[in-house]
Design a protein around this ligand. Structure first.
Ligand code: PLP
Length: 360
């Protein structure tokens, strides 16, 4: 299958702008710093998953699926965008979320609820402390989703089972083609970028960009920044990229040591303390971007990636006068997830001295 022949729908907007960040460049030093605004991808508050879903939804429609089912944490952005994309194309959606049902509706979950999806919570808290928790929880999740799918099929639905993060070869086409878009935008706006930095979560964004950069012979290097301490092994990512290469006939092979995945220093890893666990360092980077450029990141993904990006500028990873693009993959609804919001209140509000309170 040639990548150029793979058709898609538009669940959101591509051609998101690349903007220069003058104040951040001045603040951090180094070459010119840019931001690719994939947070402005148009669908239900935007984010990177719209590019993957363009191809996944097309596949679903072409193959007679009636329902999109996917997985994630309770605050999954991918889940929110899958629900929205399904809605936009007349499909049903189901989210199978890892975690207990929260008492309080917030962040992405509020948006999921508003858009009217079917929600399942796979609660494995009873396994806490069990050394085999991960294996058992994974098995249980699989059993739960199989049960849900079987039930739906009995009711006449055809369910597309989409892995966490939309991590599929078809979905990866979104970020392969984003490379073409970035190269065209660089040419049109006379931007010379040597690095493109994105998040490294379920890894589809990084893998797509990496494969696309290789296939289209991009003038920039793609760097992934880990968003949790326990991140996907680069060998697995190299395997995934090789599958992409085989599927689209790119004709290259990649090995893990060719991949530039940055996890930061041991005492202050970019991935913070855990997946979507609030931490002060990440929030400080969210604040820094808001303060300098009025661009709103999130504390689960892009705040961490920006921590890595800023640190790479500071430690001279991007050689002098080399320019870099930070990919803002969206995720702002996570700012208002209950746990994050409580943490932000302690950090930015409790001891904050307001300019004044004028009572009438
Ligand atoms: C806002 C945001 N940024 C980055 C990522 C990481 O992208 P990927 O899972 O493709 O590695 C995600 C994944 O859900 C995300 O929601």
């Amino acid at each position: 299958m040639k990548i150029e022949e793979l058709e898609k729908v538009n669940v959101g907007i591509t051609g998101t702008p690349i903007e220069y960040m003058p104040y951040m460049t001045k603040y951090l030093g180094g070459g010119k710093l840019y931001i690719k605004r994939d947070d402005l991808s148009g669908l239900a508050l935007g984010g990177n998953k719209t590019r993957k879903l363009d191809y996944i939804v097309k596949y679903a429609l072409d193959n007679g699926y009636t329902t999109l089912l996917t997985y994630g944490g309770v605050q999954t952005n991918h889940g929110r965008l899958t629900v929205a994309a399904a809605k936009k194309f007349g499909l049903k959606s189901i989210l199978v979320l890892k975690g207990a049902k929260p008492d309080y509706l917030s962040g992405n979950l509020l948006l999921d609820r508003l858009m009217g999806t079917e929600l399942y919570f796979v609660d494995t808290t009873s396994l806490d402390g069990d050394p085999e928790k991960d294996i058992k929880a994974k098995k249980f999740l699989k059993e739960c989703s199989e049960k849900i799918i079987a039930e739906k099929e009995k009711q006449g639905e055809k369910v597309l089972d989409i892995p966490v993060g939309g991590q599929t070869i078809i979905g990866a086409a979104g970020y392969i083609q984003a490379v073409k878009e970035i190269m065209e935008q660089m040419k049109a706006s006379n931007i010379k970028a040597d690095y493109v930095v994105c998040g490294y979560g379920s890894t589809g964004t990084f893998s797509g960009l990496w494969a696309g950069a290789k296939y289209y012979n991009a003038p920039f290097k793609v760097i992934g920044v880990t968003i949790e301490p326990d991140y996907v092994n680069p060998n697995e990512t190299a395997d995934f990229i090789n599958k992409i290469s085989d599927f689209y006939g790119f004709g290259f092979k990649c090995t893990a040591d060719e991949l530039d995945i940055e996890s930061g220093p041991e005492n202050e890893p970019y991935g913070g303390t855990g997946y979507n666990m609030p931490d002060e360092v990440t929030w400080d980077y969210v604040k820094l971007m808001a303060d300098k450029e009025a661009i709103i990141l999130d504390p689960c993904y892009t705040g961490k990636v920006f921590h890595g990006f800023a640190d790479m500028v500071k430690r001279g990873k991007f050689e002098k006068d080399k320019n870099a693009i930070f990919v803002n993959t969206g995720g702002a609804p996570g700012l208002w997830g209950k746990e994050q919001l409580d943490f932000a209140n302690d950090l930015f509000w409790k001891d904050y001295k307001v300019g004044g309170v004028m009572k009438f």
